[in-house]
Design a protein around this ligand. Sequence first.
Ligand SMILES: NC(=O)c1ccc[n+]([C@@H]2O[C@H](COP(=O)([O-])OP(=O)(O)OC[C@H]3O[C@@H](n4cnc5c(N)ncnc54)[C@H](OP(=O)(O)O)[C@@H]3O)[C@@H](O)[C@H]2O)c1
Length: 436
Amino acid sequence: MATKKKSALKKKNACATVKVALLGFGTVGSSVARVLAASKFPGLQLTHIFNRSVERKRTSDAAKAVPASVVWTENIDDILQSNVDIVVELMGGLNPVEGWLRRALASGKSVVTANKQLIAYRGAGLAKLAALHKVHLTYGAAVAGGVPVIPGMSQGLGGDQIARLSGILNGTCNYILNRMESGADYATVLADAQQLGYAEGDPSADVDGFDARAKLCILSRIALHAELDPDAVSTQSIATIEAIDFSYAKELNCTIRQVSRAQRDGSVVQARVAPMLIPLTSPMAWSHGTQNMVVASGRFGGDVVFSGHGAGGEPTAVAVVSDLLAVAQNCGSVALPVRRRSVSSEFVAPHYLRFVVDDKPGIVSSIAGALAKVGANIDSLLQRPGHPKHRLPFVITTEPSLTSTLEKAMTAIARMDCMLERPLCLQILTAEDKPE
Ligand SMILES: NC(=O)c1ccc[n+]([C@@H]2O[C@H](COP(=O)([O-])OP(=O)(O)OC[C@H]3O[C@@H](n4cnc5c(N)ncnc54)[C@H](OP(=O)(O)O)[C@@H]3O)[C@@H](O)[C@H]2O)c1
């Protein structure tokens, strides 16, 4: 007869207090402490706070909400060797966090984290360890902060077969592209985003798509049951988008957003993070400011949209505390099998190609020739009046083609003498782009 091993939390008397430790007392950590203090959830007790140079945190204004009984420490062993039940990790990064959380799980403590890089790169191993020790690992705040995309997908949509995900997973890029839509240029908006604290001094994780890529991999695990190597998912920067692209996009009844998309194709997952043209009728076109949005397309339930202003201390703290409550109530979701999948960035889609040329006769036919050589058909040619001939931007849209095929043609076209900039190649999402 099989012996059932009970979870560490189940073993506790249902009436016993669940002890919680916070690792990291920064933006989110201090907000979690504030939310816990304000709501006083019965049966949940914050017992420890860990941070480096902890005295500075203990005497900060943010610490005023923290109960006097809490132990402040800069020694991780004070947490890992304690009788704490749930460790809440809000420090970020892979090291030393991964090792510490492995020790926590191995010693029977459940873990709640908002750390998307950790979960995207090390989530599979940590989940295995949690299962082995019959404890919980939850990360509802790792994607879209306070918007409950992960619990919504794992619990609310767990009964469907999600065929496809698309979304706006990086609020900073959404802010930048929204402002550019109203006429501002990239450099000005990026500087504003940095001043407002939306973008880091080095904005590359956001604008080059790495942050969104980590989140797309986490969502693929939850919704598509597919484990992806984040480094295998192709990304394209939004830094090459110019104001003129929004004018041409508008002529095509579209706008431009950084879109993260993933869909199952047999045993492969097609995944990409890139600026794309999206129809003005798409819910993603309506996302404003730093808003996040995810559209999950299910076989049985159709499209479900999650949206909201994800980031920020308190919205993210709500997601963390909700995870905490779910773990404390011992209702972690049923673990469905997740398989390692190879990744392809090959989508068949219509494409938007923008060229900036020193205008000379025969340019369009040379470009058309290069496209014909790879078998791509032109759908339309757009050229707005009023631009100088020596620096002329114009656009070609193609019928559905493989992105890699077009990129091959674009490499050849970029070598033409008349090209003043590397041509831009963006996928166009279409309304027909529905799951099977
Ligand atoms: N902020 C958001 O809106 C948001 C949204 C969703 C998810 N998240 C995720 O939530 C996590 C925390 O983000 P945050 O914005 O709260 O970051 P944060 O403000 O930088 O806070 C991190 C805290 O952890 C401490 N810390 C970092 N490394 C440490 C180490 N090795 N040893 C001891 N203490 C350490 C930091 O101490 P110092 O003060 O000394 O640096 C700081 O107090 C990250 O994984 C982030 O990706 C954040």
